[in-house]
Design a protein around this ligand. Sequence first.
Ligand SMILES: NC(=O)c1ccc[n+]([C@@H]2O[C@H](COP(=O)([O-])OP(=O)(O)OC[C@H]3O[C@@H](n4cnc5c(N)ncnc54)[C@H](OP(=O)(O)O)[C@@H]3O)[C@@H](O)[C@H]2O)c1
Length: 324
Amino acid sequence: MNLLKSLPVKHTDLIFSQIGYGCMNLANSWDSTPLSSDDYKKAATIIDTALEQGITVFDHADIYMHGKSEEVFSGIWENRSSLRQQLVLQSKCGIRFDNDPHPGDPKRYDFSYLHIMQSVERSLKRLKTDHLDVLLFHRPDALVEKEEFARACNELFLDGKVRYFGLSNCSASQFELLQDWTDEHLVINQVQVSLWHHHLITDGFFVDLKEYTGINDTLNYCQKNGILVQAWAPVAGGIFSKPLDQIEESKRAFVDVVQKMAWNKGVSADVIALAWLLRHPAEIQPIIGSTNPDRIRDSIKAADIQLTREEWYVLTTAAVGNLP
Ligand SMILES: NC(=O)c1ccc[n+]([C@@H]2O[C@H](COP(=O)([O-])OP(=O)(O)OC[C@H]3O[C@@H](n4cnc5c(N)ncnc54)[C@H](OP(=O)(O)O)[C@@H]3O)[C@@H](O)[C@H]2O)c1
């Protein structure tokens, strides 16, 4: 039974499953070790598990495991070419590691026309597909040029290489600025938000207090404009499932609250963390990143849990300390 509903995303005709799968760790390592046939088999098992659970969205980036995560993903097309139309395949560009391409080059963000075009060409080749459903710009580039950004988006769209665009790790005003610069719709903002890294949601409680950082407008902006919020690291690497003695002391009481609620509901602490995200009215889409098929299956149970307002605030209060 498919527990996942689909999320309508404004301006698109794509089917976004309520939970997406992040392919960052799909390959073998963050170095140049070549992919083996076992790596392809392992990736196929992971992707098949996600598909069986009703996941339609697969999130990539040009840099994940230096391109190998995209490459190993392409193994799934074998004997299943019709699968391509059923998926939302997204990738990202804009982060460049140090020494790329020249020794001594620093790590940097790059939304230049040339880099965007080259990055997309390479992603398409590695993914063995002729188009991306969504291209996300990975982290704001402080030196982004209006004409270059607009030209790249326009050409990629007109050439049929990218259907929709989005941003990642952007505030409301960063999003608004880049949307003003391009005629293409920016339909996604992928950000780090979770019960552990909760500030995009909880910052609004502190608007008249000194702890306020002003970043909470991101979710309000997305909700108002029908932009899909994707949550990366939605279970914060499984922190809530760790034994309490492995949790830093100041966070133990918080994690204990999550674990007790999980125990009472007969689910894992990861599931509670995901249910907390799903309860938010912005219809946040967690992008889960586990490479363990059992954990992928387990995550989907979150769609079957509707936290009450009281339960949601118990978790939230545990996360922030006390509400003002
Ligand atoms: N836009 C961005 O800047 C950005 C940044 C980072 C990531 N992302 C995207 O978001 C996706 C998800 O990120 P993420 O991988 O950090 O998310 P996550 O789902 O919060 O964490 C997954 C990681 O936590 C481990 N884990 C989860 N539950 C666990 C448990 N109960 N016990 C032990 N380990 C557990 C997994 O190990 P196992 O594999 O062993 O289960 C895996 O290493 C990525 O794949 C990528 O697509 C985007």
